[in-house]
Write a protein of this length. Structure first.
Lengths: 289, 253
């Protein structure tokens, strides 16, 4: 039968080694996520209960629950998504489908990339100047959500652009060829086929804004509020900010409290992300090329 | 018989990134004829074809000057070219099954043109699929995904889709490179029938196809038409330019 030469044997060993090294790297990537989850669970589990989720913090935030922070986080995330989704997706549609590739569009793209690289604390300062002071929104849910939206825009635009680019150009040409207009092509060919990708980008943006602390620090999040926000012009509490507060600013918080808060935050983001994965796989099975 | 000019191309120039692809091309295409365009690669065949229904609009790097008259009207006068493309259809060289069902694929054009009548759509679908020699193979799975069809079937689907909006002029860009010879012959027979209703312009690299199908054949080289004449003359050895004869006989290109 076939007998491998020395060279072939050596090559096989090298290849196996490389594969081992690569899978080890992947494992190391996975490990921190696992350890963090595990650690949070061990530390935070003792106080984690339904009461913890639905009670107000009491006695100077050293006891009680985290209900208002969850409510606040929902307010912030939902409003920022309502603002940034249409803006981001429409901007990406324009850039991908309508804009001619010239100097101007290149500058716009560069600006978007740079915007993505701006640290969130700088976004916070911008939000303070633009929304809180200049537009007279005051420190409010609205101002904080707008700041989050501005922060998320480049992420949404970039991911939407990528998913639009992933729709083969030949599909568009085929549609134009039979006399469909540009808008019809976008509506019937481009959007349905890029929808899963766009959705993924949106959901990741949501996850990011749920965990963001710095950007909302000056713009609408309170240290502690004895009541729930009544409108978007009120301040609110947020999970991420609350986590920062009880772990560094308040004396006498039981050790398990920050861990439990962090656990809730992470589970929230995880569940949002898994919804996106589910939706994506659902749409993938429906449309395929 | 009075021969009516369907398309008149006048002083057409097409530039791509400052590189001139087609220079000062003049061409008349008659009603209800099959005009075959042959020529070596890079001679501007596809660019010429794509300028006929303004697909060149979608590429910002392409600059088209000159006039193309369809029934005496310059197609480049209108700002919007969507309506033009309903009159001048195009079949691309590579099969494109849009990621929807077979039925949705074939009825895409009429639906986009505003037809909502299910009965009529069904009628159009059956008619076009039969013309494209695909009906027998897909009639049991019209609601299946078009992307699951084989390459050759998808190409015939592309042709069916191009027929679905009853174009006056049908442009075919090497339609047969993804189809087997038997099916090619079937479609050629269909095209032969179709020319009673429409004008057909086809680019082909298969010289025999031009010979079989064309009423006239144009030979393109370096962005211009070297030779254009009836098939009897072109393939009968009466070419004006020796290079055409050489190309047909396989001596060059």
């Amino acid at each position: 039968m076939f007998k491998p030469s020395n060279h072939l044997l050596k090559k096989e060993i090298r290849e196996n080694n490389l594969r081992g090294a690569l899978s080890l790297m992947t494992f190391f990537l996975f490990l921190p996520a696992l350890i963090i989850m595990f650690w949070l669970f061990i530390k935070g589990f003792p106080v984690l209960s339904i009461d913890f989720l639905i009670q107000d913090p009491i006695r100077g935030m050293t006891a009680g629950g985290i209900f208002p922070t969850i409510v606040g986080t929902f307010w912030l995330v939902i409003i920022s998504v309502i603002v940034s989704c249409p803006l981001g997706v429409l901007a990406a549609l324009y850039l991908s489908e309508y804009a001619k590739d010239g100097k101007r569009t290149r500058i716009i793209r560069l600006a978007i990339l740079n915007l993505a690289g701006v640290p969130s604390i700088v976004h916070a300062l911008f939000g303070l100047g633009a929304f809180v002071l200049f537009l007279h929104m005051g420190t409010s849910i609205l101002a904080a959500s707008f700041t989050l939206a501005v922060m998320n825009l480049p992420v949404i635009i970039t991911s939407t652009l990528e998913s639009l680019k992933a729709v083969p150009h030949s599909f568009r040409e085929a549609s134009w060829n039979v006399g469909a207009s540009k808008l019809q092509t976008i509506r019937h060919i481009v959007l349905p086929n890029s929808f899963p990708g766009i959705l993924t980008g949106l959901v990741f943006a949501v996850g990011r804004s749920a965990g963001e602390t710095a950007a909302i620090l000056f713009t609408g999040v309170a240290f502690y509020l004895p009541f729930l926000p009544q409108s978007v012009f009120d301040q609110c509490m947020s999970l991420s900010m609350h986590l920062f507060t009880i772990s560094t600013q308040v004396v006498g918080v039981p050790e398990a409290y920050p861990y439990a808060t962090a656990l809730v935050l992470i589970l929230l983001i995880l569940s949002i992300n898994s919804i996106s994965v589910l939706m994506r796989s659902y749409f993938r099975t429906r449309r395929k090329w | 018989m009075v021969i009516k000019k369907k398309i008149e191309v006048k002083n057409l120039c097409i530039g791509y990134n400052n590189k001139q692809i087609i220079e000062n091309l003049n061409l008349d295409i008659f009603q209800n004829e099959v005009l075959a365009i042959i020529g070596p690669a890079n001679s501007g065949k596809t660019s010429l074809l794509r300028s006929l229904n303004r697909m060149t609009d979608f590429n910002a790097e392409v600059k088209v000057t000159g006039q193309i008259l369809l029934d005496g009207e310059n197609i480049y006068d209108d700002e919007d070219s969507t309506f033009l493309r309903r009159r001048v259809g195009m079949v691309s060289p590579l099969p494109v099954g849009l990621p929807m069902t077979i039925k949705e694929n074939v009825t895409y054009a009429p639906r986009m043109a505003g037809c909502k009548d299910e009965k009529e759509l069904d009628h159009i679908m059956e008619d076009c699929l039969k013309k494209a020699a695909l009906w027998d193979e897909v009639k049991d799975r019209l609601n299946g995904l078009a992307t699951k069809l084989s390459g050759g079937q998808q190409q015939r689907l592309t042709i069916a889709r191009a027929l679905s909006h009853h174009p006056e002029v049908l442009c075919l860009d090497e339609f047969s490179i993804a189809i087997d010879p038997v099916t090619t012959m079937k479609i050629e027979a269909v095209l032969h029938e179709l020319k009673k209703d429409m004008t057909i312009v086809m680019v082909t690299n298969v010289i025999n196809q031009a010979k079989r199908l064309g009423d006239r054949t144009a030979m393109m080289l370096h962005g211009n038409i070297l030779d254009i004449d009836t098939n009897e003359r072109i393939f009968g050895g009466h070419t004006q330019d020796k290079r055409t004869k050489d190309y047909i006989e396989g001596l060059f290109g």
